[in-house]
Design a protein. Structure first.
Length: 358
């Protein structure tokens, strides 16, 4: 029998939430920096995020090879529990590898109190679509599944419309993160969900960091068996939202008001689309899009380092070197779009010391 979400988490997931992909904070010896890692989690909760995703690409998949998956998942879950948020808070655990590994990771995540398993294609890139569906179905017996369409440049692969239609029919699937960085593939997943019998039970989340606002602001309408089926992208599970999270919460609420038609005299859709293009420009700098996303992790860490939320840019594979070109681009977007980050800069400045307390 497929695992089920609690009613409050399911409601929040369908309504739409800001879910940052949680980075990994390391010390100068490239070991887990517990203090800053905890501070990051506290920041996301207190900035108003609806959840976090831990053990995903932003957390670095290689934590598994270093024996760090369990400590990192545990630290985030315990930090959230200690904060006692007075609202539902979605805990998503990234799941990788072949079926045995994926099931073992799902069991660990369930034991640590996670709500959903984000099932990544990493480690099974050459599997048939049938085998991928079987793996997802087995994981869904343990935790509700968050599907993941990952862009090929960071380890994903192209998946068919039929795959996603069949995926959506799995009783244990609660959500799908669409992150192919490709409009054709994004629309294909939305259409597959709309064509499934479970269309009203599955939340679609954007992972397209290059197109956040347009994804969230666009009504997706499809003709299914002679009637129009309407679907929104509910929220976002994004690496970009690992930074400037409080601003992301404000942005999503503005978009929801526009979608509901209650935005008059508050914000115009055209202004949101303009802001969306500026956010895409900023994301290109932070994710190092011009260099095939090679500087993605260090770019995010550089923003967090400047704010004091991490001590350095180190990753598990490097000492966090950043190209002069990417650094120049980051400086440019911070200067050109101060309203993207000043709310968070001030919020972090006011609370950082308390977040860094043991």
């Amino acid at each position: 029998m497929a695992a089920k979400l609690s009613a409050d988490i399911k409601t929040l997931l369908l309504d739409g939430a800001v879910i940052p992909a949680h980075p990994l904070s390391l010390d100068s010896s490239r070991r887990l920096d517990v203090g800053h890692q905890r501070a990051l989690t506290r920041y996301y909760v207190e900035a108003g995020a609806g959840g976090v995703a831990v053990g995903v690409h932003m957390t670095q998949f290689s934590i598994r090879e270093r024996g760090m998956l369990e400590p990192v998942l545990r630290l985030a879950s315990e930090t959230i529990a200690d904060l006692k948020p007075r609202r539902p808070f979605i805990k998503v655990a990234g799941i990788c590898g072949e079926t045995d590994q994926a099931v073992a990771e799902a069991l660990l995540a369930k034991e640590l109190g996670y709500d959903l398993a984000l099932v990544s294609p990493v480690g099974v890139e050459n599997w048939s679509e049938d085998r991928l569906l079987e793996r997802a179905e087995q994981v869904s017996q343990i935790l509700p599944v968050f599907g993941f369409y990952l862009q090929p440049s960071v380890g994903g692969r192209e998946l068919s419309f039929e795959f996603w239609r069949r995926f959506a029919e799995l009783p244990g699937v609660a959500a799908i993160k669409v992150a192919p960085f490709n409009r054709y593939h994004t629309v294909s997943v939305l259409r597959a969900v709309a064509c499934s019998s479970r269309r009203d039970e599955i939340a679609v989340y954007t992972g397209n960091d290059d197109n956040i606002v347009a994804d969230l602001l666009t009504p997706f309408d499809f003709s299914v068996e002679g009637r129009t089926v309407h679907k929104w992208v509910s929220g976002g599970l994004l690496g970009q939202w690992a930074v400037w999270t409080k601003s992301a919460v404000v942005l999503l609420e503005q978009i929801k008001r526009v979608r509901s038609g209650s935005h008059r005299d508050i914000v115009a859709p055209m202004d949101l689309l303009r802001l969306g293009n500026q956010l895409t420009d900023a994301n290109a700098a932070i994710f190092d899009a011009a260099n095939g996303f090679r500087g993605l992790l260090v770019g995010v860490n550089e923003i967090l380092r400047r704010q004091g939320l991490v001590a350095n840019r180190f990753t598990l594979e490097s000492q966090g070197n950043i190209s002069s070109r990417q650094m120049g681009e980051i400086d440019r977007v911070l200067f050109e779009y101060p309203y993207l980050h000043t709310l968070d800069d001030e919020f972090i400045r006011l609370h950082l010391n308390e977040w860094l307390e043991p």
